[in-house]
Design a protein around this ligand. Structure first.
Ligand code: C2G
Length: 145
């Protein structure tokens, strides 16, 4: 068991730290495969999870609330820490506060102004999305709101 240098940021000495962002609603294998591959890019994976308020600001409503989505992510072996994603502007602070080496996202974000500027602060990696699955599709299949 690694020794935390800093209980707040769970700072590990000299380990590669990875950060990803998302809503992760109705958790599915596309999310799991993203997190699995993200975890392979380092030694410690931080997930910044969209809050219900941030989603509302994007005109989105998740099926599960933040606390439920957080609980599910924390149960995944690849995830070391879940923090709130409250706005679009926090990413540079997140990279600094959690000593992030690499931000990773699914390919649907490649080239996005929301992420490309991070190249000045850390590595930025886009991974192929898993085809054939999405939260919207799951909702449709289940006919849930
Ligand atoms: N994902 C994937 N394959 C899928 C579905 C999703 O690889 N079939 C990836 C997405 O590309 C994203 C992550 O899983 O990197 C989480 O997906 P969402 O919850 O849909 O994330 P999103 O709504 O894009 O939120 O600040 C950015 C946002 O928080 C990103």
């Amino acid at each position: 068991m690694a020794i935390y240098e800093n209980e707040v940021t769970h700072e590990y000495r000299g380990l590669r730290r990875v950060l990803t962002y998302g809503t992760f609603d109705l958790l599915h294998f596309g999310h799991i495969r993203l997190l699995q591959r993200a975890a392979e890019l380092g030694d410690y994976l931080v997930v910044a999870l969209s809050t219900d308020e941030f989603n509302a600001s994007k005109g989105k409503t998740s099926f599960y609330d933040y606390e439920t989505r957080k609980e599910m992510l924390e149960a995944i072996r690849y995830v070391d820490l879940v923090i709130p994603e409250r706005n679009w502007e926090q990413k540079i602070d997140d990279i600094r506060d959690y000593h992030i080496d690499t931000v990773v996202m699914g390919g649907d974000w490649a080239g996005s102004d929301r992420f490309e500027y991070l190249r000045d602060y850390c590595n930025l990696v886009f991974l192929d999305r898993t085809p054939g699955i999405s939260t919207t599709q799951v909702k449709g299949n289940l006919n849930v709101g």
